[in-house]
Design a protein around this ligand. Structure first.
Ligand code: GLA
Ligand code: ZN
Length: 647
């Protein structure tokens, strides 16, 4: 395990640099990330390059044995660039350039911006290409999908559609453009959604394609930067730091050509006190590892209270800095870079706290960070070991986009659905991967495909083959609703999966926030959001509704199909249901579960040839007492225990 920090030398008087480098080295910092926002200091005027300061700071770090991640500074082009090349500024949905002066305003398709981008990257990469201390490059910062509506981006969208559909007739057919006289008669009429209507008013087919295009365009942008870096540094790993945001990218496609995934990890500072809130970042970590199905990095890790554009949050409570970093490590993050070394004293983010406060006096948080650094050394034998999972949860990007375009019912969120299932697996102590819906399912004894709303022929076939071959599959509400055009499939739900589930929905009731109940094995569970009113059709009924005109009708069913089983869960329930249900499912297919532990105790494993490394994490703010495999544990808030078990 390797610990690093994000550092902004350009924001500090150079008199601090050496002192900071010395302190980092003493503390056990191994990696520093630099320069993602430093363009205006590297090129204060067009073609006037000033790299001496970066040379100096890199030398200071490397003399101390600290390795460097360098970033392309393209998130923040200098103001002179926007002034000289106005088309470098993104255009909003009103057709006007957005206001600049904050960050991230660049258009990924502006020819002038792309040219200046090539030049600054070329300057940087050629300068440091032979520096063996530069161990990775980060492209830009927290890239979003390209939602710019400038003429270049509009044309890009049109070209994307032309290539995809070839003819307007085919595109009109796919979108169902006879509705509201929306048929295109000329390609010039094809535009991204403009104006400020709510998302749900636009044509869903066009909207889904627009999200696909916007995500693909960011991939194109990343490819472009990647080529600029590889031109001089063909062998140095390249990444970009990602996170979940409204206009997020297609994570799986974006990282295909990059060497590793990095994630910006900001877990909860104030833990929810109700038992229904899922605060664990284990979900995000498993998602990030699942993107490339390999270990990953945290490029920004929580170091203190958050704030700045919102009122400040609580500070990290004792144990969080260490515990959350070790949790990320437990899930496969071998390198963890903390955001940030010292809290800024200027700029908009001056209240987003780093490891050291404005006072520059290392305090409680820094002390905990120092302990983390020494603990990291003691865990170095675990780095590169694998997180092996018997269960998988499928995530589909198109489904995520489409459910965002057309929210289904109050309280229903796609990622929240995935989280509930993931939480249940975690509670059973079964390692779980979150993988792309088109990934191979080999080796998994259970696959959960929550709300697989958009249907891709390949995926549906793979799921059939998986169950045929003996796998256990769980399908849920909102599966098989749409085809790839984002049109509804004319069949009883879950349409293309009906032969596997046996049961089908005669009708549904989107109950939103209303609470109803269902019964499974004599136990009653709260349900909300959605009720698929099922006809069992000869399949086994696992749970039934207790309310309304469908009281007594099946809510959850199980069907034997080929050598395997397909479950259908037609409603969204309280947390306890998923835990009880998954325990039965895992036991039924011979996957070992741990005994039920207090909520928030997370048990996961990594392994290498000879050893299983077991991580037991108290992801709560309370001291917890419990027993596991006949051993008694008392764990402090956010404490992590690491055990080595010979294979
Ligand atoms: C993100 C960004 C950082 C910084 C932090 C904290 O993760 O990548 O530049 O803005 O949030 O606000
Ligand atoms: Zn643009």
């Amino acid at each position: 395990m390797r610990i690093g920090v994000d550092y902004y030398p350009e924001q500090w008087n150079p008199q601090f640099w050496q002192e900071d480098a010395d302190r980092m080295a003493e503390t056990g910092v191994k990696v520093v990330r630099l320069a993602e926002f430093a363009w205006s200091v590297l090129e204060p005027r067009q073609d006037q390059f000033e790299f001496d300061w970066l040379d100096t700071i890199i030398r200071m770090f490397t003399e101390k044995g600290i390795q460097i991640v360098l970033c392309t500074p393209t998130n923040c082009p200098p103001l002179w660039l926007y002034e000289a090349y106005p088309d470098a500024v993104q255009t909003g949905t009103d057709g006007n350039p957005i206001a600049i002066g904050v960050r991230g305003h660049r258009c990924y398709r502006s020819p002038a911006f792309l040219q200046r981008m090539e030049i600054i990257i070329d300057q940087m990469v050629s300068r440091y290409k032979d520096n063996s201390h530069v161990i990775a490059w980060q492209i830009d910062n927290e890239l979003e999908a390209n939602f710019c509506r400038c003429p270049n981006c509009q044309e890009g969208f049109r070209n994307y559609l032309q290539e995809k559909y070839q003819t307007l007739e085919e595109m009109n057919r796919c979108y169902g453009n006879t509705v509201w006289s929306g048929s295109y008669s000329d390609w010039s009429q094809v535009k991204p959604p403009m104006g400020s209507y709510a998302k749900g008013w636009y044509n869903p087919g066009l909207m889904l394609d627009y999200h696909r295009f916007a995500a693909a365009d960011t991939e194109r942008f990343v490819q472009h930067q990647l080529a600029c870096i590889r031109k001089h540094c063909p062998d140095i790993p390249v990444t970009t730091n990602t996170w979940f945001c409204e206009n997020h990218v297609d994570f799986h496609k974006l990282f295909r050509s990059l060497d590793f995934v990095s994630y910006d990890n900001y877990p909860a500072l104030r833990l929810p006190q109700d038992a229904e809130s899922l605060h664990s970042h284990a979900f995000h970590l498993d998602f990030m590892r699942g993107i490339k199905r390999q270990n990953f990095w945290i490029m920004e890790q929580l170091s203190g209270g958050m704030g700045s554009w919102s009122p400040m949050s609580q500070t990290t409570s004792p144990g969080m800095i260490k515990g959350y970093a070790l949790q990320a490590f437990a899930h496969g993050a071998d390198t963890i870079v903390h955001f940030r070394w010292r809290t800024a004293v200027q700029g908009a983010e001056m209240f987003w706290h780093g490891l050291i406060d404005h006072s520059n006096i290392p305090g409680r948080r820094f002390e905990e960070f120092t302990e983390l650094c020494s603990q990291a050394e003691a865990l170095s034998d675990i780095a590169n070991s694998a997180y092996v999972s018997r269960a998988a949860i499928l995530y589909d990007t198109d489904t995520d986009f489409a459910l965002n375009i057309q929210p289904q019912t109050d309280g229903f969120h796609y990622l929240q659905q995935l989280k509930l299932w993931h939480d249940a697996c975690l509670h059973c102590g079964v390692n779980t991967d979150i993988i792309s819906a088109d990934a191979s399912l080999e080796g998994y004894s259970v696959v959960i495909a929550p709300a697989l709303y958009i249907t891709h022929p390949g995926t549906a076939e793979a799921l059939h083959a998986y169950v045929q071959g003996g796998g256990t599959l769980i399908l849920t509400l909102r599966s098989g609703v749409k085809d790839a055009c984002n049109s509804c499939i004319m069949d009883a739900l879950p349409t293309v999966y009906r032969d596997m589930t046996g049961a089908y929905a005669e009708e549904y009731n989107p109950i939103g926030w209303e609470q109803q109940y269902m019964e499974m094995d004599g136990k009653t569970y709260r349900i909300s959001q959605w009720c698929d009113i099922l006809r069992a059709n000869g399949t086994k009924v696992i749970a039934s509704y207790q309310d309304g005109f469908y009281a007594g009708k099946p809510a959850v069913t199980k069907n034997a199909y080929g050598k395997g089983y397909a479950y259908y869960v037609g409603t969204a329930a309280e947390r306890q249901f998923y835990q009880d249900f998954m325990r039965t499912v895992f036991t039924g297919c011979g996957t070992d579960c741990i005994e039920p532990l207090p909520l928030g105790i997370e048990v996961t494993t990594r392994e290498d040839e000879n050893t299983i490394f077991r991580f037991i994490f108290n992801n709560t703010d309370k001291t917890q007492h419990f027993s596991l495999n006949d051993k008694e544990y008392t764990m402090q808030p956010f404490e992590m225990a690491v055990e080595r078990i010979a294979k």
